[in-house]
Design a protein around this ligand. Sequence first.
Ligand code: PEP
Ligand code: MN
Length: 354
Amino acid sequence: MITMHSWFANPQNLLVIAGPCSVESEDQIMSTARALVQIPEVSLLRGGIWKPRTRPDAFEGRGEEGLAWLRQAKHETGLPTATEVATPAHVELALKYDVDVLWLGARTVVNPFSVQQLADALKGIDIPVFIKNPVSPDLNLWLGAFERFQKAGLTKLAAIHRGFSYYKESPYRNFPMWEIPIELTQRLNVPLITDVSHICGNRDLLQATAQKALDLATDGFMIESHIHPDEALTDAKQQITPDALKELLSSLTFRAKKSGDVERDLAGLRGEIDDIDAELLQLLARRMEVSAQIGAYKKRNNVTVVQMDRWKKILSDHQATGEDLGLSPDLIAEVFEAIHQASIRRQSEIMDEN
Ligand code: PEP
Ligand code: MN
């Protein structure tokens, strides 16, 4: 279920937030903004002013000077602006320079102390605040950040999905784990914006990921766009020119919102099925392992593999338990026959080994 929110710009359509990862110079933000305002879908200009960097000595943003350029870009193009705030001092400066939307970055949302300080700093100021998911795949931490702002009286909240740190190899910079933002929007009635740039980490994946987000009924995008992406001081690989952004947006297929809602609900349920299947697989593997141990024992002790009486008893017990759980005896017979046959094959192989 998606309810559009009156404060949410461009309510019939998608909210597209575009602009450079970092505001780097007056010329860079002005020329980027002038190109972006030509794209009708773009409704908000982003620009990072304070950059959370992994290592010291990297470019950490222009600070207050950058805010003055961002405001100049807003005045010239008419595009409202958005920037990341991580401390109460950032909030104060961003408000001083008329930033229209504030967002909390993924590294800030992992820290409830920081989130609370920001909520306190914004108490009584009903500016839109967009909350990125925390770096770690922790739904409660993300929900908690919303609750802190709600308690402070802020009503114009939206979620930004930017993917999660993941221990496995993946083509993404941050693994999407779509079921987490879907679950968030089912628990909270907030719009969901997909930050495809930070999910993908490179230009090649942007289009497919944006289409996927749209199929899951996203309410908007955050996409990093820079007039000269290759020269960007931060996140160069994932930024695209305003021309490329225009092309990307026009390549997307918009489905009726209703079918998007259905897709989003289905994706949540499919995520659940995937988790259950993963558990079933683990259990099956464990069962086969124990069955192999029994096979080895039978071999050492000269016991036959198949013991029909025990198997008949197991099956009828499972069918009785299954019936209590609403599962038909036929289903139980089919599933456990297959598992039993596989166990017998495994144990026979063990018998044949010398
Ligand atoms: C950004 O938007 O440039 C940024 C630093 O994002 P995140 O907090 O998602 O890493
Ligand atoms: Mn970035």
